[in-house]
Design a protein around this ligand. Structure first.
Ligand code: PGA
Length: 252
């Protein structure tokens, strides 16, 4: 499977900027065959961006979803709604959702199951805080988030699910995990998928946290890094393009 380079636009762009960025991203993505490319705009621009990207190689994802099909859940968006406006993926359990909005592993798990049930590809985010890393509990935290987030998940197709390892201390801080630090946690996650959860071991595991054109190649050449989830640097088509071009071609 190809590496996946996904842009998380967070709460950025106007409609006009979103469409321009989508076009610039499509031009970069369509000019190469190394990597799969996706963008995750804010909810309100999903439909317009998906329409603008129709016929290009860029997939569209949302940044969150609720687990229920429909009902009295003011402010929430269902998996069917995302499919309806052209999404094929959805970021779930991003650290900003966990830390600013209080999402628990249990809520994250319900969202992952709901997305999978509907055929949306979840990008499940996990990662330790600085305090957790410094106290030596990175493995424990990541293991808990992966096993709890994927509770009752059974998939055969490795393309139906994506994991993103995003150390919280590296998100939006300009501090990136070293390639060795990323590789170590990715290998741990790969082992958990295979040995503890009986899931396909070639499920893509993305690295996220201050990925930039300058550090992308060294991260993406690690054996267990299968792509990147990019925040800030996905907001400029040029820098996102450089990251896309840093993808490593997979032999298998
Ligand atoms: P960043 O964000 O690249 O701006 O650090 C990554 C993310 O939060 O997904």
């Amino acid at each position: 499977m190809k590496q996946l380079i996904a842009g998380n636009w967070k709460m950025h762009t106007t409609l006009k900027e979103a469409l321009e960025l989508a076009e610039g991203t499509a031009a970069a993505a369509d000019a190469q065959e190394k990597a799969d490319v996706a963008v995750c705009p804010p909810f309100v621009y999903l439909e317009a961006v998906a329409k603008r990207l129709a016929g290009t190689s860029v997939a569209v994802g949302a940044q969150n979803v609720f687990h229920e099909d429909k009902g009295a859940f003011t402010g929430e968006v269902s998996p069917d709604m995302l499919l309806d406006v052209g999404c094929s993926m959805v970021i779930i359990g991003h650290s900003e959702r966990r830390h600013i909005f209080g999402e628990t592993d249990e809520a994250v798990n319900k969202k992952v199951l709901a997305a999978l049930r509907k055929g949306l590809v979840p990008i499940l985010c996990v990662g330790e805080t600085l305090e957790e890393r410094e106290s030596g509990s990175t493995s424990e935290v990541v293991r808990r988030q992966v096993t709890a987030g994927l509770r009752d998940v059974a998939v055969n197709d490795p393309a139906s699910l994506v994991i993103a390892y995003e150390p919280v201390w590296a998100i939006g801080t300009g501090k990136t995990a070293t390639p060795e630090q990323a590789q170590e946690v990715h290998a741990l996650i790969r082992g958990i998928l295979k040995d503890e959860l009986a899931l396909p071991e070639d499920i893509r595991i993305l690295y996220g946290g201050s990925v930039k054109p300058e550090n992308a190649s060294s991260l993406l050449c690690q054996p267990d890094v299968d792509g990147a989830l990019v925040g800030g640097a996905s907001l400029k088509a040029d820098s996102f393009k450089d990251i896309i071009l840093s993808a490593r071609e997979r032999s298998a």
